[in-house]
Structure formats: C-alpha cells, structure tokens
Design a protein around this ligand. Structure first.
Ligand SMILES: [Zn+2]
Length: 131
C-alpha cells in the first residue's frame, strides 16, 4: 500500500483488490467502521486508523440482482448482502456459495466469512461465503 494513513475510498478499494480487507478503527473508542470515514460514527472522534478484522459475521439482509447495471451484466444473477461483522460494523458485499435460484434457502442470521470474488468484469469484490 502506498500510503496506509489515508482513509480514502481508493485505498479501501485497493485493499480489497489486494485481497487484504481493511476497515477503519476509532483510536478513541475502538469502533470499527467500513468503508472508512474521517469521523467515528460512534463518538465523533477524527482519530481513525486502518485495522484488520476477523472477517466473520452474520448475514442481516440480502437480495438477488437479476437486472444488473451494465458493468456487472455478465455476472448476474448474483447476491448482494449486508453483513454485520463481529466487530459490529455493517458492510455490503457479494454472497458466494449460495444458489441464486434458491434464495429461500438463504437464512438471515447465517454465519458468514470474508472472501473475495473475481467478477467477469475484471473487478475483485468483497464477498462472503458460509462459515
Ligand atoms: Zn469513536
């Protein structure tokens, strides 16, 4: 990483591209947030630093994308989920290892673990699979 101190969305994406996910952590209260923000959502502090996470959490919401934006068309259908990490922050990611034809088999609250997905578009996505 060129400059790990900068909480930019570009740096965040680069961590994902490198398959080395990093979140942002408040130095004052320890709250973990992602994507990074210059200000802590919990206490308002602006002393933030990069941190790693365990990568485990639970699925709190999901949807199946059938009609995708042009850039992701070749990848549809795919799942997008909201995952609450064990550190407390909620992040959005692709879901892998779930059958897109059977969304009824996906249970909210399921334990998932951080992974990555390489899309046909050439992008690397943050993804989660069953733990
Ligand atoms: Zn804080």
């Amino acid at each position: 990483m060129n400059d790990e101190s900068k909480p930019t969305v570009e740096a965040y994406k680069q961590y994902i591209e490198s398959e080395d996910f990093h979140a942002y952590k408040c130095v004052d209260c320890g709250a973990v947030i992602a994507p990074p923000s210059g200000t802590c959502y919990a206490c308002g502090s602006n002393k933030m630093e990069w941190t790693t996470v365990k990568g485990t959490g639970k699925l709190v919401a999901f949807t199946v994308i059938h009609i995708a934006p042009e850039a992701f068309k070749a990848e549809a259908p795919y799942y997008v989920g909201i995952i609450e990490l064990d550190e407390g922050t909620r992040i959005t990611g692709r879901l892998k290892g779930f059958d897109t034809n059977h969304p009824e088999e996906v249970s909210l609250g399921s334990r998932v673990v951080l992974d990555y997905e390489h899309g046909e578009s050439g992008n690397t996505y943050l993804a989660f699979r069953p733990e």
